[in-house]
Write a protein that binds this ligand. Structure first.
Ligand code: FAD
Length: 614
């Protein structure tokens, strides 16, 4: 039996969903094939969407009509805006979700997309016959299409580790995808193993919350999407506790039982989500590590202990948890584990995410060596947009780093590659002051409209928002305020002052909260944007200069361990080479280049540059 679609997306995770929706929205028939259709968009690890820089990706996905932000809003049981006392560029929304409701809402949303067919199957092989692809499933069914997006996440030859236990699987409760890797290798892609891990889930009924510090979300509900959430759920508190020396002693005494240290796990893990055994080993001087106890939903007793990912044996996990305040009598609902899986080298992909080896074959998500739901969703969307252009025989998109974090991610992956799971940070963008969560729609709606992936309602909403902002701006510009005996300035000018807010102006016109937020950022941000321009021109000036091989990177303050390690490994001869190192943030390039210039005494250049970037 054979079915035919314009495109097939393999995988119903965060990447697959956004890819399939974008392809369908642009008028093509698409099949979303997943091994278990009851788990569309399942959160394999932590129960939250967003956080610093990740929320920017979610806002961008939403601005292009994607589903992640709306579904997170609708399943939210705690919402917060992080970094509110810092600049708008790093302000980020984080929404903790009810995991089951997230999946249920996502399934409803995906089912309602016209032109999208959901199929439950394991794709085992892909064969290219002239301009067509033929996919074969585990039940010997064939699906024909012109384009494929592979979004297999942690599933390809997935192997799960817990102490000395090894099991095949993509995540707990899910089988591995064992055959597809061969087809990908036959096309000429080299596969590399990476790993990730998750903590145990704890039984809330066995936790003594009484003396633990509570952490509530913000009093007002935060959200990602322009769409009203389906429902507003009751909000829950998280709790904080800490590991201690006893916990670390148990972990140290059992280092030898960790597959991470025995050499059984060969894949590199995410640098910024290390396991607890890794943290105890690497930061031996730390007497405690913070743990957030996060409820996984409204109707479940499952608690996610954020910060405690591990692959130590279950009895060791229980032993170390019971040394922790509040967890003295804790029971595990299931132990933590690590999973190792196949990834492709993203430099084998074109900037559109199409394989350099095979027309019509695209890859997106964790299989491209990233980590995180949000990174996966934005890649899926990017692949989906390009598939729709490919199907129309139109030129595909080239990433524009100044337009979005999504495109920064795509450019970093395809131009520089990555040896370890890549996660997004605001420091990865040289345009970080421009790329804010609040202006994602303004940056991307034009692209969405031109590709036909945003709805009429979405555009109407944006137009209404623009006219609200316009109304507010005109009001502020035309009303004046006396700031002292001799000086009268416009309210817009007055709003630029850090201590002044829209609310404190006490204006009697109704403008939506969203428009107010944008107006405030616009007023206060002018100066910062000028600074960014200067930073960019300073960086451009320094690119041609060479780096002294004896330059001591350890003397440069404020650099992360990752930056120092990568510098020492690559030994760049020029600032340009430095900027080409995978995972080297532009902010670090500028810091290093300035310090190197100073140490060589190129005073004129140094003075200019440091003056410009103040
Ligand atoms: P996934 O969400 O993994 O989805 C893959 C989809 O592909 C699934 O629907 C699967 O059924 C389908 N599939 C695979 N092969 C086939 C096939 N042959 N045929 C049909 N369907 C197929 N991220 C973090 O940021 N921090 C963490 O600490 C973290 N820890 C994690 C721990 C574990 C144990 C796991 C499993 C994941 C963890 N993640 C973590 C990663 C996070 O889950 C992923 O980043 C995210 O889910 C990737 O989305 P994706 O769409 O690429 O793939």
């Amino acid at each position: 039996m054979s079915q035919t679609f314009d495109a097939v997306v393999i995988g119903g995770g965060h990447a697959g969903i956004e890819a399939a929706r974008a392809i369908a929205a642009s008028g093509h028939s698409v099949a979303l094939v997943s091994m278990d259709v009851k788990k569309l968009g399942a959160m394999s690890c932590n129960p939250a969407i967003g956080g610093v820089a990740k929320s920017h990706l979610v806002a961008e996905v939403d601005a292009l009509g994607g589903l992640m932000g709306f579904v997170a809003d609708s399943a939210g049981i705690q919402s917060r805006r992080l970094n509110m006392n810092r600049g708008p560029a790093v302000r980020s929304t984080r929404i903790q979700c009810d995991k089951d409701r997230y999946v249920r809402t996502m399934a409803d949303e995906v089912r309602s997309v016209q032109g999208l067919t959901i199929l439950q199957a394991e794709v085992q092989s892909m064969k290219n016959v002239r301009t067509k692809w033929i996919l074969r499933t585990a039940t010997a069914e064939e699906i024909e299409c012109r384009a494929i997006v592979v979004t297999t996440g942690t599933f390809m030859r997935g192997l799960m580790f817990c102490g000395d236990d090894r099991k095949e699987g993509g995540r707990v409760g899910d089988a591995a995808s064992k055959q597809l890797s061969q087809s990908i290798m036959d096309i000429g892609h080299k596969l590399t193993r990476l790993k990730t891990g998750t903590p145990a889930r704890l039984n809330a009924k066995t936790i003594n919350f009484e003396n633990l510090e509570k952490q509530w979300g913000d009093p007002e509900l935060r959200r990602f999407s322009w769409r009203e959430p389906r429902e507003k759920l009751p909000q829950l508190s998280c709790y904080m506790t800490y590991t201690n020396e006893r916990t670390h002693d148990v972990i140290r005494a059992n280092f030898h039982k960790s597959p991470l240290f025995s050499g059984d796990i060969v894949g590199l893990g995410p640098r910024y989500c290390p396991s607890i055994e890794d943290k105890v080993k690497r930061f031996a001087d730390r007497s405690r590590h913070q743990i957030f106890l996060e409820p996984e939903g409204l109707d479940t007793i499952s608690i996610y202990p954020n910060g405690m990912s591990t692959s130590l044996p279950p009895d060791t996990q229980l032993e170390f948890f019971r040394t922790i305040a509040g967890l003295e009598a804790v029971e595990l609902l299931r132990p933590g584990y690590a999973v190792e899986y196949d990834t492709i080298d993203p430099t084998d992909l074109m900037p559109s995410f199409m394989s350099k080896n095979a027309q019509g074959l695209f890859f997106a998500g964790q299989v491209n060596r990233t980590s995180g739901y949000e990174e996966a969703a934005s890649q899926g969307l990017w692949a989906g947009l390009n598939v729709s252009l490919f199907l129309k025989d139109k030129p595909m998109l080239k990433p524009d780093r100044s337009r979005s974090y999504m495109e920064t991610l795509v450019d970093d992956l395809t131009a520089k590659g990555t040896a370890e799971p890549y996660r997004m940070f605001t420091s990865r963008s040289e345009y970080r002051l421009l790329l804010r969560e609040d202006n994602a729609m303004e940056r991307l709606i034009g692209l969405g409209v031109s590709l036909g992936v945003v709805s009429e309602f979405h555009v109407k909403h944006y137009e209404e928002l623009c006219s609200e902002i316009d109304k507010g701006r005109k009001h502020l510009e035309s009303h004046r305020i006396r700031v002292n005996k001799d000086k009268v300035i416009s309210m817009m000018e007055y709003l630029k002052r850090p201590e002044v807010t829209w609310e404190s102006l006490g204006q009697n016109i109704s403008v939506s909260d969203r428009a107010v937020e944008i107006l405030e950022v616009e007023a206060k941000y002018e100066g910062y944007l000028g600074r960014q321009e200067l930073e960019l021109s300073a960086l451009a000036k320094l690119k041609a200069s060479s780096l002294d091989p004896n330059f001591n990177i350890d003397l440069v303050p404020s650099l992360s361990r990752e930056v120092v390690e990568k510098y020492k490994l690559a030994k760049p001869a020029t600032v340009h080479e430095l900027s080409e190192i995978s995972g080297m943030p532009p902010t670090a390039v500028l810091l290093i280049a300035k310090a190197a210039a100073r140490s060589r005494g190129i005073q004129g250049l140094t003075r200019d540059v440091s003056h410009e970037t103040k």
